[in-house]
Design a protein around this ligand. Sequence first.
Ligand code: G16
Length: 549
Amino acid sequence: HLPSDLLAAITKGVEPYPIPERKKYQYGTAGFRMKANAGLDHVIYTVGLIAAARSKKRNATIGVMITASHNPADDNGVKLVDPMGDMLEQSWEGLATTLANTPNDKLAKAYEDLVNETLVDEIRQLHERPAKVVFARDTRASGPYLVTALKAALDAVNVEYTDYGLLTTPQLHYMVRCINTLNSPYAFGEPSEKGYYEKMAHAFKTIMHGRTIQGHITVDCANGVGAPKLKELIKYLPSGKEGGIDIKVVNDDVVRPEALNLECGADYVKTKQRAPPNFNAQPGDRCCSLDGDADRLVYYYTDESKTFHLLDGDRIATLGAVFLADMTRVAGVDQKLKIGIVQTAYANGAATEYVEKVLKLPVTITPTGVKHLHHAAARYDIGVYFEANGHGTVLFSDNAIKAIKEAVPKSPGQKHALESLCACIDLINQAVGDAISDMLFAEVVLAHKSWTLENWRNTYIDLPNRLVAVAVNDRSIFKATDAERRLESPKGAQEEIDRCCQMYVKGRAFARASGTEDVVRVYAEAHSKTEAEKLAAQVAEVIKKYGSA
Ligand code: G16
C-alpha cells in the first residue's frame, strides 16, 4: 500500500481536473491529442503520474512534452519521452490510457494499482526510488495552463522536476538523453539549450569544411516554437559569407498563437502540395517548412514555369542514404556496415523502387508513427527512417559508431570521410526526428554534391499522389493490418478499395484511422495526377459509406 497522505494528495491535486461527461481518451500515434479545452487537463495530470512511475521504474529522468505538433492551434496534446530520448515504450501506452480514463475519485487507487503492477518485484520496492521528470511545451496558448495540471500531479507524488519552458519537441528529447547519459561512455551532450546549439554548430562546421552552400534557404517555421529556436541556433552558425549558411526565417509569428500551422508549416505544404500563400520565393530558391513543434521537415521550390515541386520525407531519406553510403565507401568502412531505409505505407511507390532497385538498399515498412520506424531503423548499423510527411532521422548503431571512430585512415580522402561521418553522428539528432537538425544535414549533403533542389528531384520521379482526410462517425471501427496497407474492418471495405485500385495504372491506395486527428486518412497514387485524385476521391467515398453506417 502507498502512504495514505500520498493517495490523499493525488485525490486533492486532481480535483480541478475532472473528466468531462462521456469523454474517452486514447494514447494515439504520438501521445494524447485533442481540443485543449476538452478535458486535456485531466489527461495531463494523469500523465504526470505515469511519468513519475516510469521514472521510478527505469531509475532515470523521463520527459513530458506538451504539444499538438502539426494540429490546429486550439488543439493540444502530450507525449512522454523515455530515458534514451525515444518515445514511451509501447507496453506503457495502455497504462497511460487506463489512468487517463480513470475518474477523479478512483485515480489514487488506480495509481496504487499501477505501482503494484509495475514497480514491485520480489526483492525491491521500486516505488520508493526518487523520480525525476523534465518537461517543456510549444507556443500554444493553452500550454501554461496545462503545465499547471502537470505540476499539480508531480507535486502530489513528490517528484523532482525541471520546467524547460518553451522548447521544440526534439530539443526536449535531446535534453532527456543528455541527462540520462551524462558521465557515461554514451554521453550525448550537455543537457542545456546552449549545449544543443553548440553540438550541432560544431558538427556542421566540421562537415562543411571546404564546401560552400549556394544561395540562401528560406525556412517556414509554421509560426511555432521552431522560429525562436532556429533564430537562436543561427547565432552559433557561420554565415554564408563565412563559408556557412544563410537562413531566412519566415512565418515566425509566435505572438498570435492562433497563427500556428495556419496556412503554413510542413503539414500544410505536404498535404496541399503548395507553398504557404504568403511566400514570395524566386524560381529555384530553396525553401523548407517545419511543423508546429519542429519535428517535421519538407523541402520545396518552384521552377521557372511557376510549377511547385515538393521534396518530402521520402526524398530526405534517399538524399541522406546516398550520402552516407558514399561516405562509408570512401571511408573504407562500408563492408562492415549494413545501411537500410525505413518507410511507411505513405512512401511514394517511386521512392521505394528507387531505394531497392537503384540504391540497392533494403527497405522496411512499418505502421505510421515514429516510434515504429525508430525501432525498425535501430536494427540496421545505419538506419535511415523518414515518414513521407517529413518526420525522421538517422540512427547509427554502437557497431557503426565504433567502426567509424576506430578506423585508421589510409589517405587524406579517407580521413576526411571518417571525420565527416563522425560529425554526422553529432549533427543528426539520433534521439528523435528533428527538423532543424535534418535541415542542416540536407543542406550539408546538397553542398557536398553541389546539387540544386532540381538535381535532387531528378534522382527519381514521384508518382502523382493525393492525401485526403475523411470525417466519419467513429474512426475506431477502421482497423488496419499489414503495416496499415489494408483494412481488416469494417468487413468489405478493403475489397471495395482493391476494386478501385485495379481501375488505374500503378493505382495504389489505402485508408487508416489517424491517431492524432478525428479523421480517417486516405492515400492514393497512380501514374497521372488526375487518376491519383480520382482514386483518392473514390476511396474517400468508400470510407464515408462505411463510416456513416
Ligand atoms: C505525429 C507522429 C507521426 C505521424 C503523424 C500523423 O506527427 O509523430 O509519426 O506521422 O503524427 O499521424 P496520424 O496519421 O496517425 O494522425 P506530429 O508531427 O503531429 O507529432
